[in-house]
Write a protein that binds this ligand. Sequence first.
Ligand code: SF4
Ligand code: SF4
Ligand code: SF4
Ligand code: FES
Length: 900
Amino acid sequence: MEKELVVCKIDGIEIFCENDWTIMKAAQTANIQVPALCYTPDLSVVGSCRICVVEIEGETILQPSCSTLVKNNMVIYTHSEKVNYARKIVLEMILSQHLADCLVCDASGECLLEKYSYDFGATGKMFQKAQFNPIKHGDLPDNSLIKFERTKCILCGKCIRACNEWTHKDALSFVDKGEMMRVSTLYDRSLEDNGECIFCGNCINVCPTGALWEKEAAGKGRFPDIRKIKTICPYCGVGCGIEVSAKGNSIIKVRGDMDSPVSKGRLCIKGSFGFDFVNSPQRLVKPLIRNSKGELEETNMIDALIYIKNKIDEIKRNNGIFAGLASARCTNEDNYIFQKFMRSVLHTDNVDHCARICHSPSVSGLNMTLGHAAMTNPIEDIDAIDCFFVIGSNMTSTHPVISWRMIRRIKEGALLILVDPKKSPLSKYATMHLQLNPGTDMALLYAMMKIIIDEGMQDTDMLNSRCEGVDEFIAEINKLNLDDMIQQTGLDEGDVRLATRLFAISGASSMYYAMGVTQHVFGTGNVVALADLALLCGKIGQGPTGINPLRGQNNVQGACDMGALTGVLPGYRSVDNKADNKELSELWGADLPEKKGLTLNEIMHEAAEGNIDFLYIMGENPVLSDPDSNSIIKALEKTDFVVVQDIFLTETAAYADVILPATSFAEKDGTFTNTERRVQRVRKVIDPPSKDMLDDYQIIYRLAELCGANWKYNSWIDVFEEIRKAAPIYSHIDPNKFDDKEFFWPGDILGDSVKRLHQGEFSRGRAKLIYFPLPEYPYKATPSFPFLLIIGRLYEHYHTGTMTRKTKGIEKLQSEPFVYINPKDAIKLHIKDNDFVKLISDNGEIELKCKLTLDVKPGNLYTTFHFHEAVANKLTNKRILDAQSKMAAMKVVMVNIIRK
Ligand code: SF4
Ligand code: SF4
Ligand code: SF4
Ligand code: FES
């Protein structure tokens, strides 16, 4: 339809709109509220409930405003007598089929049916009440997380559409016709057993009544009893907006925030249900000090901090070595204060965090090629992409809400080139799935670049006007042998050629990648090759095209921005750059280390050798998350004094000399920065369960003062104001304006957020094409270790499971670790489904159950690192590190598998 400007009049107000707007949309722009039951923004419109009808001058029949387009000079009445009476009739008809036990309904107070019945005077007495029918109204078999009461269902169909259009699942549908029509699952099975439901909770969020509800929230509090606070999901880097309902000091339920520009109401299972950990009785509530008998004894916060301070003095007197790990789970303010404490009070640059073992190659690789190490584009740019190139990312598990947006775009016609050694739920949407040999990404990328150059598909304008190092780079690529590279990947040359052409000639092509690319000892080379490919084809710095590292944890981007990385000061300034160092030392009023310190893997190596005297770990669990778990335990045992600050007594805290109880995300104020560089406000929902628990930054602030620092922070806002000075990329962000504005870093000269990086000019001026020599393929089968084990993540669990594994419903769905094997290999080894097996690497061994699947290729195995019962990182090692980023080989390890 060709767009035209039209004018209409709604309730006497003249509204200028476009001819493809509905009356509902036009009314909303003038702040005129029209009731709606089957309509929700961002779901398809069905126009079935008829509650939104309006009167149009000159027409005898009332029209549904959600599905009727405005016309020029249309005159509309949204609340005329005729309209209100029609709404009352509609509601009476619905109520005749509805149990209406509002007195005991969890939704009472927020149920739209209840609200509109009150607004339009519908009582449910106009028509005869329908009899209860066990087939139509009876409950479905039970499940762990969702309560579905069909007596309350008004057949609006929004749950079905949310399941299908938001989550791309078909768990729910209408069955039967006429009087017997109802919402059900395939064969009326439980949501848990129907093979489709992934318990995202999105159906609950759109349900206008209490028909769908969180099982654990049922009976815990109705609308007048609860407060609702908007904050940010504490799990992955997508940073979905959540609305938390709390009663007293307990979280009752969590729903997607419909106003969140990131997620628009959508959540995955972790965001919707993974909150039992906050109210868990296992929370650390008192500081603990290990006594002379080696037992942990409770104390209060001030005594614990004095004890630590005395130890710090002793270690300083003895010229001992300090080191610290910050946290990608804590706020920007927590991380900023942590690294400031390490550098300005303990005078060490031995400060790092788990970004070192996820996206440090992105930091090194993108900085050297482009000048900024972050996603180049906002998530919303997905809606404008023609060809997605997804490599090394299991994003339906790790970044579900981003993956669903991408799938929606693919359903609209965009292409997907998926590069992943294993099949994943994304495979079924892939135009091409290149199931390459694990760890051969660089060979594939160079092969693609050779094809581009051979076939003349490079973007000469981009290369000539915006890049440097082009001729040298092309000369190196020309020397490579295409057959050798293709052979290394195990792919078909025709497939690689076709994928290359699709990527190079599609209008807006864009790359998305994660740890399948970075967690290798040649991780920086992989990232640089991705940037080279994007530059070569001009698929970056031009509109929605770009290169997008999907950051794993909720605030890993922010922790990096805050300088919680070895050698990196806030705002990516350098410890060893004299001007940066001077500026920060003046701001902090203290001398700072001038040389780069030890990275995470180096700290742990030195600690295991007995060369670290004091290790401060804030909100990390390296015993499970870091490579070579046994050596991490050795490092903790050999370090003279270990402080762990966390919300639980983790596998790592068990080795600490002092354990400090911190508040969780729900008990603190501050900011997180999501994967797209968006800085978002985290809001306190409840009080921590004990007065001895403080926000992470407050604990460190008090310790710093005991150590003689003269810091003045009355709240997180004071810390943020200092961050604005220390990290110029944050200088435009006003901490008092999060309610009114979206903030991304960096800002431009007018102080506006820059959503797309590198438009017009790259952050480093000209982008640099860099050739990293192709490494020899490191994952070669040997008689002792014939299998290649890939380590990844599950949709249901997060990181080391400290939070998700405390939610009963989630734990019931995924309660134990598995290793996945191809049936061909299983038959050879006489392994059956659910058999116990032993995985053995040259570093360690673990025991776990085995599952047969065609998702992994013969010769490959797959497992995850969430479970303390089988610590996958006992198998990995950190003997060799990536030269630039110091990343260890954590994604793939050679193993043997033996049936127990
Ligand atoms: S929880 Fe998600 S997947 Fe399951 S029925 Fe609801 S919308 Fe569908
Ligand atoms: S369960 Fe809720 S969302 Fe689904 S059709 Fe019934 S009332 Fe509508
Ligand atoms: S996608 Fe990530 S941020 Fe969004 S709800 Fe799931 S875990 Fe939370
Ligand atoms: S909201 Fe318009 S017909 Fe239901």
